[in-house]
Ligand binder design. Structure first.
Ligand SMILES: [Zn+2]
Length: 243
């Protein structure tokens, strides 16, 4: 067996998986939490359309373009397999190539998700996210937004696991109204989706639409006084949650 890293903690479960490129043993271990030192900082995260996510400090995380190439290879492999005669040697080879392409896309997604989830866990004690419905039960949500929500679902699960281990608190809030309300003065400033800039006629606050939304998300999850804030993970809750 080739070990990609030393086994930590007490091994509990071992799952043997056959992937396109070989056999894998997933070893699930009980590990003690390793809390990170408090930073006294908190962050709100808005999942967007133009950028993958915007943080309440104004940082924008670009959409993952690096796996576009892998996705293109995947499409080619699918077409190639479709052209081959079923059961033939050439079809078998095409199937292997397709499986490898799938694996590559999957790994690129996971890699991206781990990188994105790492930063807020390292930097912030208190992380506020949107409560999303990944299975698409929220109606009137634009299609593109639903797709980015699905990508966000993977990031969120990883974020929850990392936060639990590091002793960080993750709170999910209802995102309703977060893009319309002015984060500075609290007045309602309705805008269509195409309007990318928030400029408040009441207090003069001018921000990118998603930055304003991220600030509102942070505010909403800022304390227990907010009725809709629900802790999703934290030191007391080590199991990753699914939304
Ligand atoms: Zn305002």
């Amino acid at each position: 067996m080739h070990n990609d890293r030393p086994v930590e903690g007490t091994p509990n479960i071992c799952i043997i998986v056959r992937n396109a490129d070989g056999w894998y043993a997933h070893i699930v271990c009980d590990v003690a939490p390793s809390p990170l030192p408090p930073t006294g900082k908190s962050v709100g995260i808005d999942v967007g359309l133009e950028s993958f996510a915007t943080l309440s400090n104004g940082v924008q995380i670009a959409n993952p373009r690096h796996y576009r190439a892998a996705e293109r290879t995947l499409k080619q492999a699918q077409r190639r397999l479709a052209r081959r005669v079923k059961g033939s040697n050439r079809s078998r080879k095409a199937r292997t190539l397709l499986a490898n392409a799938h694996l590559k896309v999957k790994r690129a997604r996971w890699d991206f998700a781990h990188t994105i989830a790492r930063a807020p866990v390292n930097e912030d004690d208190h992380i506020v996210v949107e409560k999303l419905n990944i299975r698409g039960m929220v109606r009137n949500r634009p299609l593109a937004k639903s797709i980015s929500d699905a990508g966000w679902g993977i990031v969120l699960n990883i974020l929850l696991a990392k936060a639990a281990r590091a002793g960080r608190v993750v709170v999910a809030v209802n995102p309703a109204g977060t893009s319309h309300i002015c984060a500075r003065c609290g007045e309602s400033v309705p805008k269509r989706l195409a309007v990318r800039w928030h400029s408040c006629p009441y207090c003069g606050c001018a921000l990118h639409r998603d930055h304003n939304a991220a600030l509102n998300i942070l505010k909403k999850g800022g304390g227990t006084a907010f009725g809709e804030a629900q802790p999703l993970g934290g030191p007391q809750n080590r199991e990753p949650h699914r939304l």
